[in-house]
Design a protein around this ligand. Structure first.
Ligand SMILES: C=C(O[C@H]1C=CC=C(C(=O)O)[C@@H]1O)C(=O)O
Length: 445
C-alpha cells in the first residue's frame, strides 16, 4: 500500500478508498447542499475550491487540551494508506471540521453533539473548482469496485435530481433572548477594564450570545447562498453534528492560518467601525479607525502575538501593510502576515500555536481566558475557534469561526464579541456587538 501523501493511485484496497468523476451536468452548491445527507459539510473560501460534503466516510473526534494532537494522530493513521483516484487536486481526500474555543468545552446546549474537535471525511463530496465540478465517493476499508459502483449511482442520482427553486426568504424572528443584559454587559466590561488598569491584563475579547426563536425552520443552504452574495470575500462554513440536524454556520472574515508547502499565510484582524451611508462617509470612518489610538493598540497586540506564536516555527516572517477590510456591515483593521517555515510542519501544529489569537482571546492568554470564563454566562462552543480542513500532507486552511450561529429547527443562537482594552467604553462595545450580529441576523429576520 502506498501513502496518500504521494497523491497517486495504488491498485490495492487500502484504508481510504476514493474515486472522483467530473460532472458535465453540474449542480449548484446550494442544490448539492440541500440534497446532502447528515452530517453535511460546507466550505467556501476566497481563492479555494467550494466543497459540499454529504455524510461521513470517517469521523475523527477528540476532547480536552490535547485535542489538536489527538486529531492529528487519528488523521495520520487514517491517511497512512489509501487507494485514491482524485482526478484533480481539489478533490483529494480532506478532513473538514473544527475545534471548541475552550479546552474544557462541555457541549452543553446549544452545543450538544459538538465535541472538543470533530473532523469528517465526507462520504460523498461535490467540489467546485476552476469552473469545473467534481463528484467524489470516499470510503474506508471498502473495495474499489464497490466505491466505483456507488460513484456511478451517485452520479445517476444527481443527473435525475431537479434543480432547486429560488432562494427562500429569511424565516423571521418571533422572539429574541439575550444571554447578557445591557447592565450585566457594562458591569463585565468595566470589571475587565479594572483588571487591565491593575496590570493583570492587557486585552480581553468578551462576547455575547443571542437566542432567536424563528417563525419556521431556517434553510441553512439558502442562508449560506445569500451570505455568499453579501460576503463573497469571507470564509463560509457549515458543520453539522452527527444525525441531529441543524448545524454551526457562518461567514467569517478572519483567516487563522493557511499552509501550503512551507508557506504560511495568516494575519491580524481587530479594530472595528461601522459602514457609512455614502462612499465619503465610509472613507471618513475608515480614516478615523486607522488613526484611532484605542483601535490601533487593540490591533497591534494581535499583530505582535501572531508573530510571536509563529517565531518558533519560522525561518522568516513578513508583516504586510495595515489596511482597511471593508465588509457589508462593518470595517476592520487588517494586517496580512506571511511566513516561511524552518522545517515541514502539519497545519494543526500552527492552528494549536495560534489559537486563540488576541483577536478572540486576549493577552496574556491565560488571564484573558480566565476573565472570559468568569464573565460570559454561556458556552462559546465552536464560536471564535478554528474551523477548516487539512489533507494527508498536513496542508490546510483554517478560519476563526466568527459571524456565526448554531441553528437547529426553529431556534438559532448567534455569537459576537469585541476586544476590550483600557480605553474601551462599555456602551460603544455593546453597539459593536450588535453590528457583528448583523450578518447572521439579516439571514433570520
Ligand atoms: C470577536 C469578534 O471579532 C473580532 C474580529 C475582528 C474585530 C474585532 C474587534 O474589533 O473587536 C474582534 O477582535 C466577533 O466578530 O465576534
Amino acid at each position: 500500500m502506498e501513502s496518500l501523501r504521494s497523491g497517486e493511485t495504488t491498485p490495492l484496497s487500502a484504508g481510504v478508498v476514493s474515486r472522483t468523476v467530473r460532472l458535465s451536468d453540474a449542480p449548484r452548491p446550494r442544490t448539492a447542499l440541500g440534497a446532502a445527507d447528515p452530517p453535511r459539510t460546507f466550505w467556501a473560501a476566497p481563492g479555494e475550491a467550494t466543497v459540499v460534503g454529504s455524510g461521513a466516510a470517517a469521523t475523527v473526534r477528540a476532547d480536552g487540551p490535547d485535542r489538536f494532537r489527538s486529531v492529528r494522530a487519528a488523521a495520520d493513521e487514517l491517511f497512512s494508506s489509501g487507494d485514491v483516484h482524485a482526478g484533480t487536486l481539489a478533490a483529494r481526500p480532506r478532513l473538514f471540521g473544527g475545534f471548541s474555543f475552550h479546552d474544557d468545552h462541555t457541549g452543553r446546549e446549544p452545543w450538544d453533539g459538538y465535541p472538543g474537535a470533530r473532523f469528517v471525511l465526507p462520504r460523498r463530496q461535490t467540489t467546485f473548482a476552476d469552473d469545473e465540478v467534481w463528484l467524489t465517493v470516499n470510503a474506508v476499508g471498502e473495495s474499489p469496485e464497490e466505491v466505483e459502483r456507488q460513484l456511478e449511482e451517485a452520479r445517476e442520482t444527481i443527473r435525475r435530481r431537479p434543480t432547486s427553486g429560488a432562494v427562500g426568504d429569511p424565516p423571521g424572528i418571533v422572539e429574541r433572548t439575550e444571554t447578557t443584559s445591557k447592565s450585566e454587559w457594562c458591569e463585565g466590561v468595566t470589571a475587565a477594564i479594572e483588571r487591565i488598569e491593575a496590570g493583570e491584563l492587557r486585552k480581553v475579547v468578551l462576547a455575547q450570545a443571542l437566542r432567536a426563536s424563528l417563525s419556521s425552520p431556517l434553510s441553512i443552504p439558502d442562508a449560506l447562498t445569500r451570505l455568499g452574495e453579501t460576503y463573497p470575500d469571507c470564509y463560509r462554513f457549515l458543520f453539522e453534528p452527527d444525525d441531529r440536524g441543524g448545524g454551526f454556520f457562518g461567514a467569517t472574515p478572519e483567516r487563522l492560518v493557511d499552509l501550503r508547502g512551507r508557506t504560511v499565510e495568516t494575519g491580524a484582524l481587530a479594530g472595528t467601525t461601522g459602514r457609512g451611508e455614502t462612499p465619503e462617509e465610509d472613507e471618513w470612518l475608515a480614516e478615523e479607525l486607522l488613526a484611532d489610538e484605542k483601535n490601533a493598540h487593540e490591533h497591534d497586540l494581535v499583530v505582535g502575538a501572531v508573530r510571536k506564536q509563529l517565531e518558533p516555527h519560522a525561518a522568516s516572517i513578513r508583516t504586510g501593510t495595515r489596511r482597511i477590510r471593508r465588509l457589508a456591515t462593518v470595517q476592520h483593521i487588517e494586517t496580512p502576515i506571511t511566513a516561511e517555515l524552518a522545517s515541514d510542519e502539519h497545519v494543526l501544529k500552527l492552528v494549536e500555536a495560534l489559537h486563540p489569537t488576541p483577536a478572540v482571546g486576549g493577552l496574556p492568554p491565560d488571564r484573558a481566558l480566565e476573565t472570559i470564563r468568569d464573565t460570559e454566562p454561556f458556552g462559546r462552543g465552536w464560536y471564535a475557534a478554528p474551523v477548516g480542513w487539512f489533507d494527508a500532507a498536513g496542508y490546510g486552511s483554517f478560519a476563526v469561526a466568527l459571524r456565526s450561529a448554531v441553528a437547529r429547527g426553529d431556534v438559532a443562537t448567534l455569537f459576537a464579541g469585541v476586544g476590550v482594552v483600557a480605553d474601551s467604553d462599555p456602551d460603544r462595545e455593546w453597539d459593536e456587538v450588535q453590528l457583528k450580529y448583523r450578518p447572521i441576523l439579516d439571514e433570520l429576520e
